[in-house]
Design a protein around this ligand. Sequence first.
Ligand SMILES: C[S@@+](CC[C@H](N)C(=O)[O-])C[C@H]1O[C@@H](n2cnc3c(N)ncnc32)[C@H](O)[C@@H]1O
Length: 265
Amino acid sequence: MSKIKIHVCSNELESWDTIWKWKWFTRDVWENVYWKEEQATLRPLFPLLHKLNIKSILDCSCGLGFKTILFAKRGFEVEGSDGSPNAIKYAPQLAKEKRVKIRFFLSRYEELGEKCKRKYDCVFSDNFDEIETYKYMKVAAKNIHSILNNDGKLIFSALPPHFSRKDLKKVIEKEWRKTKRFDVDAPYEKDGIRVTRIEVNEKTSEGILENNIFLIEEHGVLRVEIAQIMNPRIKWTWKDYYKVLKEAGFSEVYSTKENFAVAIK
Ligand SMILES: C[S@@+](CC[C@H](N)C(=O)[O-])C[C@H]1O[C@@H](n2cnc3c(N)ncnc32)[C@H](O)[C@@H]1O
């Protein structure tokens, strides 16, 4: 009997890259619902962007570019970056299908300073609050600071400022109560490849660890790819953000009633 190859992604970014590869492959199944979710997520952000007179945006954790495309459709001058090569490979195809021209480029947060060819009024991230370590968050914040225009803004979603570390534990418990322990997606087959995703979730001290187990059958051979992400990571208090952003050089940091954090250069 032949052995089954099992690949476990070695870090979160590689996990995201694997997830985007299979998300793109199975996109007919989930894309329509995802567009609606993304629109709903961005709805409260647009009035804030207008109020802050923002014209240009870098969506610095753009994934396949859904939010980036929605920014472009709203008339913002937008670019998208991400550390996942697969995301950056497919995002331009999605944008082309949606008839918007967007520059997407591969960049981890620590590379933004060197990879960006311009400065922006705003850097938006739906991943900044999910960064794993304080040290890396500081590196990310410094790089973001360097690519903002004077008075430019970093905007990300964050829990309300009064949440203490004890409150975060309660948020994790609440999240865990509504999370399925495991789930199996229907197998999806295309171009001679059949993929089945199994999701196994674990509660941890810093959020919910989502184990994505992809069973891939190709030419009669089965292989397995395992991608782990903290989804969501519930680790950082407002004090942490405030400290890290001030250390990175931001002059002012505040939260909005819609629970966005705004850091001003
Ligand atoms: C929540 S997903 C983004 C989803 C995407 N914005 C959307 O609306 O569909 C988080 C993203 O952060 C990216 N990411 C994670 N770590 C990163 C890093 N160190 N540098 C750059 N991007 C990173 C992942 O590749 C992933 O695309």
